[in-house]
Design a protein around this ligand. Structure first.
Ligand SMILES: Nc1ncnc2c1ncn2[C@@H]1O[C@H](COP(=O)(O)OP(=O)(O)OP(=O)(O)O)[C@@H](O)[C@H]1O
Ligand SMILES: [Mg+2]
Length: 272
């Protein structure tokens, strides 16, 4: 389904992403880990065409999405929705309008000027908010919500695009452990129930182990680990982060409580 072939991005003298290749079959939950500057965000930005690669190909269902131009490129950008650490909502706008902005590029200028949304679009936005457990927040301004609620609004906005792939750049880095858990559980549900691939840059090992089917470790632009959470030992993690023997996993922990509902079976399997 997804085949990344020798993708490189050079800024000046430095390769931020350095000849990376991997293949993902089916709608997996893929985590990308690595220390600051490893190239994680640059890779996601290349995937959704916010940044151009210097070389390489990314095949999605056999088509090189890095070669797309014009309307085909815009269609791809709508097929892979992006979620950011800082939510990127319009703070003073109400929640349901923020969600509707996920399909802004499908409307005419006149519709946009007069803020006209079809009833069907509004109902769909509300049903997505309902699914994510925040429909009662719909009329409020985005800025009035908690961080975890705002990130769920951003996920709802992404779902409004009906994307094939969700790209999440450190989606829980600004959240406390409880909200981090709700947001990660939400992404996992979308992955499992809808069969949408999720690729998430994650800054903590425990979260990567807990939620991902597949973990890719990057260091200095290169892939230095590609495997299952079970294969991600402390030694491997130390290597990814370029740390010495004093490396302590707690330093990269989100401390999501171990005993919660939907993913207990998954967590138990990981711990076994
Ligand atoms: N627009 C740019 N111009 C020049 N250098 C850049 C640009 N964007 C990224 N870089 C460099 O590329 C490297 C990778 O950056 P990137 O943001 O992808 O890392 P990251 O793994 O996402 O880090 P973090 O965990 O801090 O978010 C860094 O050395 C960064 O300084
Ligand atoms: Mg980053």
């Amino acid at each position: 389904m997804l085949e990344v072939r020798n993708v490189t991005r050079v800024f000046g003298q430095k390769a931020a992403v350095d000849d990376i290749s991997f293949t993902v079959e089916g709608p997996a939950f893929v985590g990308i880990i690595g220390r600051s500057g490893a190239g994680k965000s640059t890779f996601l930005r290349i995937m959704n065409r916010l940044t151009d690669a210097s070389s390489g190909q990314i095949l999605v269902e056999g088509r090189d999405i890095l070669a797309l131009r014009g309307s085909a490129q815009r269609q791809w950008q709508s097929d892979c929705a992006m979620i950011f650490q800082q939510f990127n909502l319009v703070p003073r706008m109400d929640v349901v309008s923020n969600v509707l902005h996920g399909i802004l590029n499908r409307r005419s200028t006149v519709q946009t000027m007069f803020n006209l949304w079809s009833q069907a679009d509004i109902l769909r936005a509300l049903s997505i908010l309902d699914r994510l457990g925040i429909v009662e927040q719909a009329p409020k301004r985005a800025e009035a919500l908690s961080g975890g609620q705002q990130q769920r609004v951003a996920i709802a906005r992404a779902l409004m695009q009906d994307p094939k792939i969700i790209l999440a750049d450190e989606p829980i880095a600004s959240l406390d452990p409880m909200n981090a858990q709700v947001v990660m559980d939400t992404l996992k549900r979308i992955n499992v129930e809808d069969g949408r691939m999720v690729i998430a840059n994650l800054h903590t090992l425990d979260t990567a182990r807990r939620y991902c089917d597949r973990v890719i470790g990057m260091r200095d632009g290169r892939i230095v680990f590609d495997g299952t959470p079970a294969q991600l030992s402390t030694g491997v993690a130390r290597d990814i982060y370029g740390a010495d023997a004093s490396f302590n996993e707690a330093a990269t922990s989100t401390a999501i409580p171990a005993d919660h509902g939907p993913d207990d079976a998954y967590a138990a399997k990981m711990l076994a």
